[in-house]
Design a protein around this ligand. Structure first.
Ligand code: FAD
Ligand code: UDP
Length: 364
């Protein structure tokens, strides 16, 4: 048997690509996944207490793309969910993204209009031009003091480097607001897959032209499988056996805890802004999933430089190494590199879906 396509990885990139190839081109696809499950980092499962958890940390779906939302709607129903986060600083919880309520609470003010908040930010902010780093983008909006309280140390914990070494795209993901909107995201579509991500992936992959092999590193089967084209969604540097050096990825360790109470926290995520706490955030999954149960499970996130590659680290230096690898990927005409790890891009799930659909349209 000769497969038309061998796809490495069963995350969003690999699964969406397989679905398109199988359903639109009627071609045979083999997906090889080294973990013991599908869904990549979006994988969810029931823990021993019967609570639906995200094995690799909180995954909240949000998008402005009608196309992406409609595409995924073929494989899942949705549950409306607008994520809310509180930041813990100096023993007090504040709404994050920074908004009018955050400012009033922190400075004991009573700013009422958006205009007043705008003026407050004006009085605090430093003009930074050009905006080259994550420090620049925040300080240019709200000033150094708020940056120091809510971004500097959290970012240092999360990335292991200072915000002034990171691309503005990192801290720029979090908006600043002058109103009292406490939602973490501003996107038009904010929904969670009703039965979870893994169930959605099962439907994406349910096609007579798609076969999936788990627990297998693709390198171990390359000699025994025949295929015409490869789509690779694993880490870019690993594909080339690190021949130009290691591309840094940030990893995480998760500590899961079940508590015999209905809810432990007052929101889906608590972010720990200070260095005195060594984890970055705690997620309470029942907020995300809407599950009703008498106990609750939370996970604490500790950032590390060792372990599974979770986040590409957007610095100038890493961009240079990325370009060297990118140059190599461009030379390989029968292998397509697709996804957060394979393209070394800090993509959200919706961006990965949009990116995969685009690669399918233009390159397959
Ligand atoms: P992955 O999901 O990483 O899939 C790649 C797959 O390839 C993996 O399953 C891997 O095991 C497999 N693989 C790698 N090497 C090999 C090999 N040699 N052989 C076989 N298989 C291999 N996005 C959002 O939109 N909202 C969120 O709230 C959100 N939260 C996140 C929280 C965390 C902690 C993390 C890490 C990411 C988060 N994301 C979020 C991003 C989201 O996880 C990614 O955008 C998406 O999962 C990327 O899909 P992918 O298929 O490109 O990569
Ligand atoms: N960030 C921060 N404080 C916060 C929330 C976010 O400093 O309370 C910074 C941090 O550097 C983080 C980045 O903003 O990595 C992007 O935040 P996001 O919540 O999007 O991170 P992700 O969910 O991708 O881990």
């Amino acid at each position: 048997m000769i497969y038309d396509f061998l796809i490495i990885g069963a995350g969003f990139s690999g699964a969406v690509m397989a679905e398109r190839i199988a359903s639109q081109l009627d071609k045979k696809v083999l997906i090889v996944e080294k973990r013991n499950h599908i869904a990549g980092n979006a994988y969810d499962e029931y823990d021993e207490y019967g609570i639906l958890i995200h094995r690799y940390g909180p995954h909240i779906f949000h998008t402005n793309s009608k196309d992406v939302f409609e595409y995924l709607s073929h494989f899942t129903e949705w549950r409306f969910y607008e994520h809310k986060v509180l930041a813990f600083h100096n023993n007090i919880y504040y709404p994050i993204p920074i908004n009018r309520l955050t400012i009033n609470k922190l400075y004991n003010l009573n700013l009422k209009s958006e205009d007043e908040v705008e003026k407050f930010f004006e009085s605090k902010k430093e003009n930074r031009f050009p905006i080259l780093t994550s420090e620049d983008i925040v300080v240019n909006q709200v000033g150094y003091e708020l940056f120091e309280k809510f971004y500097k140390n959290y970012t240092k914990k999360q990335w292991g480097i200072e915000p002034k070494e990171l691309s503005p795209l990192v801290c720029g993901r979090v908006p600043t607001r002058t109103n009292d909107d406490c939602r973490y995201f501003s996107d038009k579509y904010q929904f969670m897959p009703k039965d979870g991500y893994t169930k959605m992936f099962e439907k994406i992959l349910k096609h007579k032209n798609i076969e999936v092999i788990l627990n297998t590193d693709y390198k171990s089967i390359l000699d025994s499988v025949k295929f015409n084209k490869m789509i690779y969604t694993g880490p870019m540097d690993e594909f080339f056996d690190y021949s130009f050096g290691k591309l840094p990825y940030r990893s995480l360790l998760f500590e899961f805890e079940n508590h015999d109470t209905e809810f432990l926290q007052s929101s889906g995520n608590l972010n720990y802004s200070d260095l005195s706490v060594d984890f970055t955030r705690v997620t309470e999954y029942k907020y995300l999933t809407g599950q009703i149960a008498s106990s609750t499970t939370v996970s604490k996130e500790f950032s590390t430089s060792e372990g599974d590659p979770f986040y590409p680290i957007p610095t100038e230096e890493n961009k240079k190494l990325y370009r060297i690898y990118k140059n190599e990927t461009d030379k390989l005409k029968s292998i397509i590199f697709c996804g957060r790890l394979a393209e070394y891009q800090y993509f959200n799930m919706d961006q990965v879906v949009a990116n995969t659909l685009k690669i399918f349209r233009n390159k397959i």
